[in-house]
Structures are given as structure tokens and as C-alpha cells.
Design a protein around this ligand. Structure first.
Ligand SMILES: *[C@@H]1O[C@H](CO)[C@@H](O)[C@H](O)[C@H]1NC(C)=O
Ligand SMILES: *[C@@H]1O[C@H](CO)[C@@H](O)[C@H](O)[C@H]1NC(C)=O
Ligand SMILES: *[C@@H]1O[C@H](CO)[C@@H](O)[C@H](O)[C@H]1NC(C)=O
Length: 409
């Protein structure tokens, strides 16, 4: 991606003199959905004129960088494809420690509160709580994976992104949760969460764009991690269908299964098969740090991976607090090509989605390497998490309900 930003700037400027210059995007909270006339451009010039957010790494988390308020305060949020709301610690009564300054709505001239009676409060995707005493729209959410919870008020603000030429790209009147009372059980210290789901209250739903894409590099010296709104390249690598659903999740429609060294793992159809109202399915969830599989899939995968491990490699019990369930001594890693290939396959395409070794295994920093996949909850959705999506350009064609995966290294 980074390379496409560099080329032929002069052509871009010519295009801009003719048509564009600041193309501020009006958030359209009143309209329940995207602008149906918004087009998907694929020419590189246009590509530079879309809002993007540089992504920085903090520990094992990737964070979008953007501004909020007027004048804008630089802040950060975990991009979460499975979350409907944008929220940040804000106007704190009880906030946890974060690594950058906390947003104070009193210092912004564009902060607007939202009343309980307004449609913007009623049409929300978040559990609102209008009890008659508080005239302002409130919310209360918790996020199990990163261990945060947030309670506060729904409000509107200007969010400031940038375009591919480093110019400011404001999005006005964006609905967000001003989190006044928040908890941070695991001490992640992130200011908030950027909902990127297919719901009218997410960043995507509030924009007039119908596509987005992201890339999170495992090593910042390889390339620039970013989230790009309005641009989703389909590049002939794995492309597969998503199943539109009432929750606004990005659910794979055609999961065939997981394969280890070409052998199919024995998982009941219902585990990855999505039906509306049912409990099965595999979703794309950048808010989950690691992939989580339904226990039926997880146990079967672990058994199959063990089948392919050399017999002299003795399984070790994880000594870290992460509770990894399949670990080995580091002395075995990297010596030979011993780790079995794990891949997801989809019906209707020859292309597969392999987990490269670095996206499948993790060093627990205590002399062991472990399968970086977690046991999910019984009868729950399985989640393709952030760690397993590293170094892959993920293109989400939201309205066309397709996703593409394109390995960058
Ligand atoms: C917020 O949600 C949590 C968990 O769902 C619940 O325990 C708590 O009582 C709620 N708080 C309010 C004020 O509704
Ligand atoms: C990242 O890549 C650079 C350059 O290839 C390398 O020197 C560095 O060790 C890598 N960092 C990690 C954490 O792998
Ligand atoms: C997103 O929602 C729109 C409107 O409900 C729908 O047409 C579209 O197919 C959905 N896309 C996905 C990927 O679910």
C-alpha cells in the first residue's frame, strides 16, 4: 500500500485542480445508511483522496491515530470490525490511565450532546439507557477481549483523518460514545475503540463510503500500517463472500473448513455455517487480538496439529499468563521446517487463506512458542483475530458483501 502513495503525485495534483480539493465528508447520522450513489474508485489518483488513519502498534495492539474535536486532539483507538460504536474516554468522571491526553469535550467547540428523545439516540446499536432522569442519551458497553468497559453519553464530534497526500480530512457530526466511566481490566491503556462494523453507527456506516481496507504489519519497518476508508482493492488473491446479517458483522458465507497439511479438520458444519438467528459462524474481528475458535473447532484443530508434529517434540504446558493450550520448547523453532501448514478454505474458490507460521505461532517470551489461537466460548461465534491478519491487505467491499485477502510479505 505504502508504495501506491508515492507515485505520480503530479498527476494527482492535476486531477485535484480540476475537481477536488478538500472533500470533507459529512457524517450522515440521520440517514440510516450509506450514500447509495457513492462510487468505488480504483484509480490510484482517486485513491489518494480518501480518508485514512495511520496505525501504530502498542504492545500487542494496533491503534488507529486520528483527531477529535475542534481544535483536534490527537488520539488513538483499536480498529474493531465487530463493533458498532466509536467510543473514547472523554469528559472523565472515572477513567483509567491512557498513554495520550484524554479528550475533554469542554475544550472543543464542536461537541454536541444528543438527547434521549432524538432519533440518533433511538436508532442506536448500543444498549442505551434512558431512564427519564438523564435527558442525554447514554450507553453502557463492555468488551471482553480487551477487558475494557465504557459507560457514558452518546454525542457528536468532528473526527479528523488525513488523505493520501497528508491533508486534513474532517468528518463532521460523527456520533460517538463519550466514555465518562470506564474500566481497563487488563491494563491495555488504549483511549477507545473505533467501530468499523456494517452498522449505521460505526465509522463506516456514518461515512458515505461503502468500502474500506486495512493492513497491520507485523514489523513497522516493513511498511506503513493503516486503515483506509472508501478504498478496497480486489487484487486477484483470495476473495470470498460475506453473509449480510442483522448484527452488522462481517461473517464468512462459504467457509469450507480448516486444513492442516491439506487434511481437513473434523469440525461439525454448524460451527462455521452461519444462519441468521443461529449461533454458528466465523467473523472477521480485528477487535479480537487473537483468533478464537468455537471449542468444537479448537479442540479438533489442536488434535490435528499435534498429529503433524514430530514425535520427539514434547508438548509443554504454557508458563505464561496467556493460557495458550499448545506450546513447545523454543529450541525446536526455526531449526527445520517442522510446523504444519494451517489454512482456512472457502467453497467456490481455489484460493486458500493460509496462516503463515508467524501468524499461527507466538513466542510466549518464556522460552516457548505456542499456537496463537484461543478457545472461544461454547455455542459462540468464531473470530478471525488481529494477530492472524497481520501483513495481509484486507479489503472489505461492504455493500457487495465480499472480502479479499492479499499477503504483502
Ligand atoms: C453496565 O453494564 C454492566 C454489564 O453489562 C452492568 O453490570 C452495569 O450494572 C451496567 N451499568 C449501568 C449503570 O447500567
Ligand atoms: C523488523 O525488521 C527489521 C528490518 O528487516 C529488523 O532489523 C528487525 O529485527 C525486525 N524486528 C522484529 C521485531 O522482528
Ligand atoms: C451491509 O449492510 C447493507 C445494508 O443492510 C447490506 O446491503 C450489505 O450487504 C451488508 N454487507 C455485509 C458485508 O454484511
Amino acid at each position: 500500500m505504502a508504495s501506491s502513495l508515492v507515485f505520480s503525485v503530479s498527476r494527482v495534483i492535476l486531477v485535484c485542480v480540476a475537481f477536488c480539493l478538500p472533500l470533507p465528508l459529512q457524517g450522515t447520522p440521520e440517514s440510516p445508511f450509506h450514500n447509495p450513489n457513492a462510487k468505488t474508485f480504483s484509480s490510484p489518483e482517486d485513491d489518494l483522496l480518501y480518508p485514512l488513519s495511520p496505525v501504530v502498534q502498542m504492545g500487542k495492539h494496533y491503534l488507529m491515530k486520528f483527531g477529535i474535536g475542534t481544535p483536534p486532539l490527537e488520539t488513538f483507538a483499536i480498529p474493531d470490525t465487530a463493533s458498532n460504536l466509536i467510543w473514547l474516554q472523554c469528559g472523565c468522571t472515572n477513567c483509567y490511565t491512557q498513554t495520550s491526553p484524554t479528550f475533554d469535550p469542554k475544550k472543543s467547540s464542536t461537541y454536541e450532546s444528543i438527547k434521549c428523545s432524538s432519533d440518533n439516540c433511538k436508532n442506536t446499536a448500543y444498549s442505551t439507557n434512558c431512564n427519564g432522569l438523564d435527558p442525554d442519551c447514554s450507553y453502557n458497553l463492555s468488551f471482553q477481549d480487551i477487558g475494557t468497559s465504557s459507560r457514558g453519553h452518546i454525542a457528536m464530534e468532528t473526527l479528523m483523518f488525513q488523505d493520501g497526500l497528508n491533508r486534513k480530512y474532517p468528518m463532521f457530526k460523527m456520533i460517538f460514545g463519550c466514555g465518562q466511566d470506564n474500566k481497563d481490566t487488563f491494563g491495555v491503556k488504549v483511549p477507545g475503540i473505533m467501530g468499523l462494523s456494517n452498522h449505521s453507527s460505526s465509522l463506516i456506516g456514518q461515512s458515505s463510503f461503502i468500502d474500506f481496507s486495512y493492513i497491520f504489519f507485523s514489523n513497522a519497518s516493513i511498511g506503513r500500517s493503516e486503515v483506509r476508508i472508501g478504498f478496497s482493492p480486489i487484487t486477484g488473491h483470495l476473495t470470498t463472500a460475506l453473509a449480510p446479517n442483522s448484527k452488522g458483522l462481517y461473517i464468512f458465507k462459504d467457509v469450507d473448513g480448516i486444513y492442516v497439511e491439506g487434511e481437513k479438520v473434523d469440525i461439525p458444519e454448524s460451527v462455521f455455517g452461519y444462519v441468521e438467528g443461529g449461533s454458528g459462524g466465523l467473523i472477521i474481528d480485528t477487535g479480537a487480538t487473537f483468533t478464537e475458535l468455537n471449542p468444537l473447532a479448537f479442540d479438533a484443530l489442536i488434535r490435528k496439529v499435534k498429529d503433524f508434529m514430530p514425535t520427539d517434540m514434547v508438548e509443554k504446558r504454557d508458563v505464561s499468563g496467556e493460557k495458550w493450550e499448545l506450546c513447545y520448547d523454543n529450541k525446536y523453532r526455526g531449526t527445520t521446517d517442522i510446523l504444519p501448514e494451517i489454512e482456512f478454505r472457502f467453497r467456490g474458490t481455489e484460493a486458500t487463506f493460509p496462516l503463515k507460521d508467524k501468524n499461527a505461532w507466538i513466542d510466549n517470551n518464556l522460552g516457548q512458542f505456542c499456537l496463537a489461537i484461543k478457545r472461544g466460548v461454547k455455542d459462540g461465534l468464531s473470530r478471525l483475530g488481529m494477530f492472524q491478519q497481520r501483513d495481509i491487505n484486507v479489503g472489505m467491499q461492504v455493500m457487495q458483501a465480499r472480502v479479499s485477502f492479499n499477503y504483502q510479505i
